[in-house]
Write a protein that binds this ligand. Structure first.
Ligand code: SAJ
Length: 417
């Protein structure tokens, strides 16, 4: 049975791509939500009902719940019945997870606790991170305990987010969700909180299995994309069209090969498998190899462009897309962005025309290069010798193929076959 404690006010720590949508749907479900972010400009934007990044359908919900007074944002951690920690877990050292943001969030929460609160870790984390977060809080506040149903009980759990950027507002509500408490009571309480907005199945387990489940899902996808990427390189060398090859093979009832591309980007699939490797280096050979195959793909794309650029004295390359995937503005861990940067570096006499319909300015490392320009699709196609398709954004799909005649076309997504 779920412990008898209130879950009316919720503080979401970290208002990024996951934290903000989570805060918004909780507020929509009737909770009083106080979001916390270290960045004052994000806090100001949210309090004005605006969303500081692109995500379909999010701004309408945020504007609504802010206007109703159900969602507000601030930089200091408040008192609340429940906390949801949704902060980054980057790497440090040899792909080990850096838990310092989680620790900082935990230290911010600790002084606000009165007993009976639930603290949920949503950040993708290596096995043991939820237990670690609990220990940080209990070290700061030794008068509390994880033993349930006492006046000084605290409840800790992991509820990994599994939403797909671009479809967050749909998947946040509809996806099944794994919930792993450090005690059964913590799992039950977390289920009660998430049932307020989630229509999917809520699957209860322990914290470590929940942590590993999330990593497993993304490693599954990474390994399978690595297979497609490796095939694309082999097919290229054999003079075979990899897209046709995969389409044909996928007619087999038990074959479902994913799509090759310029590499794997984003803050999830390109990162999370390393947390498994870091937890057990000796026995995660396949997972580590897949990571390396995917990480080496941008290098292959670069090599191909440079070969084709050799015959120009001052080649102009149109790099179509620098986001990490289609129809989003997220440039984190983006292979296409890295390819654009490497091209500019390796073609000092050339020009790289970046077309990225989802951003208004180039990231700093590209902006500071004198031979990189952010421009429109029309302008880039007019001026380019080489058209390099890196991201399958919708406007590129709809492009008039006539405009590609006379150009050298390198299509890393098979968009224009
Ligand atoms: N990609 C390919 N070929 C494919 C599919 C994807 O090259 O066939 C590339 C994309 O272009 C992109 C990268 O992989 O660079 C990742 O894109 P994605 O759409 O597969 O996934 P993400 O990173 O946007 O979101 C993933 C999702 N996980 C799974 O599908 C198992 C999402 O559900 C998770 O919530 C998210 O990671 C996360 O936050 O962990």
């Amino acid at each position: 049975m779920s412990p008898n404690v209130p879950l009316d006010t919720v503080s979401v720590i970290g208002l990024g791509y996951i934290g903000l949508p989570t805060a918004a749907v909780l507020a929509q479900a009737g909770k009083t939500v106080i979001g916390v972010d270290v960045k004052q400009s994000n806090v100001d934007a949210i309090n004005a009902g605006r969303v500081p990044f692109v995500e379909d359908g999010l701004e309408a919900v945020v504007a609504g719940v802010v206007a109703q007074g159900k969602l507000s944002a601030q930089t200091a951690t408040p008192e609340a019945d429940a906390y949801i920690v949704s902060v980054p877990t980057p790497f440090k050292g040899d792909h080990d997870a850096d838990l310092s943001y989680i620790e900082a969030a935990a230290r911010g929460i600790a002084p606000q606790l009165k007993g009976g609160e639930l603290v949920v870790l949503e950040s993708t984390s290596p096995p043991g991170a939820t237990e670690h977060m609990a220990q940080v809080i209990l070290t700061e506040r030794p008068e509390f305990t994880t033993e349930p149903n006492l006046p000084n009980s605290l409840y800790f759990s992991h509820a990994p987010e599994r939403v797909l950027p671009g479809r967050i507002m749909i998947e946040m509500i509809d996806n099944d969700r794994i919930i792993g408490g450090t005690t059964d009571e913590a799992s039950q309480l977390t289920r009660e909180l998430y049932a307020s907005f989630c229509r999917g199945e809520l699957l209860l387990t322990d914290a470590k299995t929940a942590e590993m489940a999330k990593l497993t899902e993304n490693a599954f996808r990474d390994v399978n994309i690595a297979f497609a990427n490796e095939l694309s390189i082999i097919a290229d060398r054999q003079g075979i069209d990899v897209w046709e090859l995969i389409e044909l093979a996928n007619h087999h009832p038990r074959v479902n090969i994913l799509q090759p591309g310029p590499g794997v980007g984003g803050h999830c699939i390109a990162v999370d498998p390393w947390f498994i490797v870091s937890a057990d280096r000796e026995y995660s050979k396949l997972i580590a190899t897949a990571r390396n195959v995917n990480d080496s793909k941008p290098e292959m794309v670069l090599k191909k462009v440079l070969e084709r650029a050799e015959r120009f004295k001052a080649p102009t390359v149109a790099a179509l897309g620098i986001a990490f995937k289609a129809n989003i503005d997220d440039l984190r861990e983006s292979p296409s962005r890295n390819i654009a940067g490497a091209l500019a570096q390796q073609l000092p006499d050339g020009t790289v025309l970046v077309v990225e319909p989802n951003v208004e300015e180039l990231p700093q490392e590209l902006a500071e290069r004198s031979n990189v320009e952010l421009t429109s699709l029309d302008d880039a196609l007019k001026r380019a010798d080489i058209v390099l398709l890196l991201v399958d954004h919708d406007p590129f799909k709809e492009l008039d193929r006539e405009l590609l005649q006379e150009k050298i076309v390198i299509d890393t997504k098979g968009l224009w076959r």
